[in-house]
Design a protein around this ligand. Structure first.
Ligand code: TYD
Length: 140
């Protein structure tokens, strides 16, 4: 398994068609995000103070967009951590596999849309932080 670095995860700008009738943004798989999109899910009605995530994915690539409101994403590759604030629908955060992530600081009305490279599979999750550290340690 390739050792992943938090530096691979980055903000990607999306096309924005500005129009007095309302702006439009679009996302094409393998063009605007570095993977083919096989699944879309979203978090909404998140109560103030709630955290989401707290796990890693073995093989999944994801792209996270704040469709409305704002929230923070903290990424951890087992050595380094980076925190991103997402608050616009015309950019998003690309997350490569094997990143421990936590989403928090949700504003009221926030909607977090996630594009994913694979269908849902519980086997792809690493939900125990110590197991995650063991896995990334073993990749050296
Ligand atoms: P989970 O990924 O743990 O939530 P988050 O990381 O956003 O806090 O998923 C929560 C529950 O939803 C879990 O029981 C699995 C289920 N789920 C699906 O059935 N399909 C999906 O595509 C996702 C993302 C989750």
């Amino acid at each position: 398994m390739v050792r992943r670095s938090v530096d691979e995860c980055r903000i990607l700008d999306l096309p924005k068609i500005c129009d007095p009738r309302g702006n439009l943004t679009f996302i094409e798989g393998e063009r605007h995000v570095p993977f083919d999109i096989r699944r879309v899910y979203y978090l909404y009605d998140v109560p103030g103070g709630s955290d989401r995530g707290s796990h890693a994915h073995r093989d999944l690539h994801q792209f996270v967009v704040a469709m409305s409101g704002s929230f923070d994403v903290e990424l951890d590759d087992g050595r380094s951590k980076k925190r991103f604030h997402l608050n616009r629908s015309y950019y998003g955060l690309y997350i490569c596999p094997m990143m421990w992530r936590q989403l928090d600081n949700f504003s009221s009305g926030a909607v977090c849309m996630v594009l994913a490279s694979e269908l849902y599979s519980e086997n792809d999750y690493v939900r125990d932080y110590k197991a995650f550290l063991d896995l990334v340690g073993r990749q050296e």
